[in-house]
Design a protein around this ligand. Structure first.
Ligand code: ZN
Length: 287
């Protein structure tokens, strides 16, 4: 039986899992993100005890994703103490000697949506996660779109809502980027309440719908994908009609983007599982 491995490499924990070819989980474990040596040793020990034929890794970033470059598989310049320069792929390859697919956490989720989720019948999709941060990944015919680095779609330039005078939480871009204006921490910074306790009828969710619509509209006019999928904890079914309405207003009748309920949707992988499924699917594609 083929066994597939997944590592969701996050800034606070690494989630490890093994599945069969149908992505049924056979074993899983969470390990805290401490030092690279300790955390990667825990990963190696888990997969030594639960062997896999290939491994997919979706990692926090920034990371080197271009095979053949010295940075490939490494964590790049990061505020996460001790992790700058950490060789995730090299360390695990040496320990496990199996094929490894390595990309960003949001690209892994995009691949999960493409493989079995909201984009399973599409050739092209762009996936956004709106949570603690905002990130995006684009897929065309099974390949990630990108060149010299992975995308940083959450930091694209935003047009602030006319009633939203918030200064933004992005320390690089203030109120001029999506992450600064629409991420989970921006809700708490505006309202003084954790996002999950703020009613969906509050103005902040109208603003965030406006920003999500800008993400979707910019994406559509740039890439015209078949699907634009939103994941993460911030957007819900309650906002989707508003996102589509703002999209239509921004478009103002210019492009025919088809049925917006088909184009713009939420994650189609149950239990926020798109990253894990994406890791398994990337691993499977190596075999
Ligand atoms: Zn920013």
């Amino acid at each position: 039986m083929t066994r597939l491995g997944s590592i969701e490499a996050g800034g606070t924990k690494f989630v490890l899992a093994v599945a069969d070819e149908q992505y049924q989980i056979l074993a899983s474990k969470r390990v805290p993100t401490t030092t690279p040596a300790e955390t990667l040793a825990a990963c190696a020990a888990f997969f030594a005890a639960n062997p896999v034929d290939a491994l997919g890794i979706g990692s926090f970033g920034p990371i080197g994703i271009n095979p053949g470059t010295p940075e490939y598989g490494h964590v790049l310049k990061t505020p996460k103490a001790g992790w700058e320069g950490a060789d995730i792929v090299g360390t695990l390859k040496a320990a496990l000697n199996v094929p490894i697919a390595f990309t960003t956490d949001v690209n892994a989720s995009a691949y999960g949506e493409y493989s079995v989720g909201a984009g399973k019948d599409a050739h092209s999709l762009v996936y956004f996660t709106i949570g603690t941060g905002i990130g995006g990944g684009a897929i065309q015919d099974g390949r990630f779109v990108g060149g010299r680095a992975h995308a940083e779609m959450g930091h694209a330039v935003v047009l602030p809502h006319p009633d939203d005078h918030f200064a933004g939480v992005c320390r690089f871009h203030g109120n001029r980027c999506f992450e600064g204006m629409a991420s989970g921490p921006s809700i708490e910074a505006r309202t003084g309440q954790p996002g999950e306790t703020v009613p969906r009828t509050a103005p902040v969710f109208d603003y965030i719908s406006y920003y999500a619509a800008q993400l979707a509209f910019n994406t559509y006019v740039n890439l015209a994908p078949e699907k634009i999928v939103f994941g993460g904890s911030v957007l819900s079914d309650a906002e989707l009609p508003k996102v589509r309405q703002y999209f239509a207003e921004l478009n103002n009748g210019y492009v025919d983007a088809g049925d917006l309920t088909t184009l713009i949707c939420l994650s189609g992988v149950p239990n926020n599982g798109s990253a894990t499924i994406g890791d398994f699917a990337m691993a499977k594609a190596l075999l």
